[in-house]
Design a protein around this ligand. Structure first.
Ligand code: PHE
Length: 455
């Protein structure tokens, strides 16, 4: 073990940084629109089952890999299984993080544009159609969306070059409590609107007939995306955990908080949407078109709009730093470059992807990969393929290549803390998770359909 490796300073720092990595646009932008287009409470139910059965075991397993190897995501597999093909998992993770950052920073950039518009009052007095038109005009433009994307990458870069403790940990300690506070205030505002109950029924009262295989697939993809599992982030962050950090307890706390934020985001959004008689099925534009429209019709509109977009920007920033860190740690450690230089390489590469993703809403609209524009192609490739594949392989790797005793020793901090459900965890990690992910995968690729036609 390389004992001079930096670690997070405190227990709170570990939790807030890791929750910061997990909580992001995935919770506040992607989750509500997924609930909206996938039938409401039924989706939430399947999502929670995915979190419990797949999310928690995969997260604990990633924490094991990170802290045991104390390496970046790719270095971890090289160290634990030298000279084998297993390092593919690490490269898949590093590449996944890099690609996610490429499209994520575009949406993150939009939050800054809307934050400024909320602040200076330019969202006020628009009609529903104007909100839609203005969003489309803005996102399909060139200078402003690219400028905001670059600004967001620059902000991320600044935190990353300040280091793990002074940058990531400190930023998370300030931003996460603020995020919770804003979220709770906005929830209170939303549930006290007239007819808020309808939105809560949509979110919490499942209609089981809505559960289809595509809902299950989307719920799993969402669970992976929201918990940041299946790629390098949690491996990288847990490589900065101290040897006293309790891995299972941390995984549980992070999962509970991440799910809580997603559910609260639903509580904030659906009552407001229903109260104003707007369809919840708007898709990705839900939080950029529908919500500002709702907020701007309330008294003290500026406070609600500004608060909401600040919430989104903070959530996005704590996630972009974790995505950036995966690639930076990899370049820094595997190519022996200084952290600063490594960060510059990553930021430069991400900026190129960001520009292409941003332009895919406008001038590059016609440029498609498999029928998807560049932005959607990156989202599809990462959330629906690379993350589940990474999660599955991580479980197979630890399930088949790692001695149970080594696994147990790491997860119990060398036997000093109990892990009551170790056997249950190990069973889920080794058999259930890879099998379930594999099945959902085959289904996605249409193979199960083809097979069932054969019989
Ligand atoms: N979990 C983050 C979110 O919910 C996104 C993310 C995915 C971050 C994968 C890191 C790795 O927004």
């Amino acid at each position: 073990m390389t004992d001079n490796r930096v670690t997070f300073g405190s227990k709170l720092g570990v939790i807030l940084a890791t929750v910061g990595c997990a909580v992001g646009l995935g919770n506040i932008w992607r989750f509500p629109y997924m609930v909206g287009v996938n039938g409401g409470a039924a989706f939430l139910l399947v999502y929670i089952i995915c979190i419990l059965l797949l999310g928690i075991p995969v997260m604990i397993t990633e924490f094991f890999i990170g802290r045991h190897s104390r390496k970046n995501a790719a270095g971890a597999f090289k160290k634990m299984a030298p000279g084998t093909k297993w390092s593919f998992i690490g490269y898949n993770g590093v590449l996944g993080a890099f690609l996610i950052l490429g499209f994520y920073s575009v949406v993150a950039g939009w939050t800054l544009e809307y934050l400024v518009q909320g602040l200076d009052g330019s969202l006020a007095g628009k009609t529903a159609d104007e909100f839609k038109m203005d969003f489309e005009q803005f996102s399909s433009g060139i200078v402003r969306p690219i400028g905001w994307t670059a600004a967001f990458i620059a902000l991320t870069h600044l935190i990353i070059i300040s280091g793990v403790k002074a940058g990531i940990e400190r930023a998370s300690k300030i931003m996460m409590p603020l995020l919770f506070l804003i979220l709770v205030v906005l929830c209170l505002r939303s549930v006290t609107l007239p007819d808020a109950g309808e939105g809560l029924v949509f979110l919490f009262k499942p209609d089981f007939s809505k559960i289809t295989s595509s809902v299950v697939l989307s719920a799993m993809g969402q669970a992976f995306f929201s918990l940041s599992i299946g790629m390098g982030c949690l491996i990288t962050y847990s490589s900065y955990f101290k040897k006293e950090t309790k891995l299972q307890a941390t995984a549980l706390q992070v999962t509970v908080l991440d799910t809580l934020v997603a559910v609260l985001a639903g509580v904030m959004i659906f009552p407001a949407v229903f109260s104003f008689g707007i369809a919840p099925t708007a898709g990705p534009e839900l939080v950029f078109i529908t919500l500002p429209n709702v907020f701007e019709q309330l008294p003290f509109a500026r406070i609600w709009s500004t608060g909401f977009f600040l919430l989104l920007a903070l959530a996005a920033l704590t996630s972009t730093i974790s995505l950036h860190e995966v690639s930076t740690a990899y370049v820094h450690e595997e190519y022996n470059l200084s952290r600063q230089k490594a960060a510059w390489f990553v930021s430069g590469g991400v900026l190129i992807l960001g520009v292409l993703s941003s332009l895919s809403f406008g001038v590059l609209k016609e440029f498609t990969i498999g029928g998807l524009n560049f932005f959607d192609a990156l989202d599809y490739l990462t959330a629906k393929i690379m993350l589940p594949l990474g999660g599955m392989l991580i479980c197979i790797f630890v399930g088949t290549r790692v001695d149970r005793k080594v696994l147990k020793a790491e997860l119990t901090n060398e036997g000093t803390i109990p892990f009551h459900f170790f056997n249950t965890y190990a069973f889920f990690m080794k058999y259930i998770a890879p099998f379930a992910i594999g099945l959902i995968f085959l289904n996605e690729l249409g193979l199960i359909n083809k097979l069932s036609r054969l019989f």
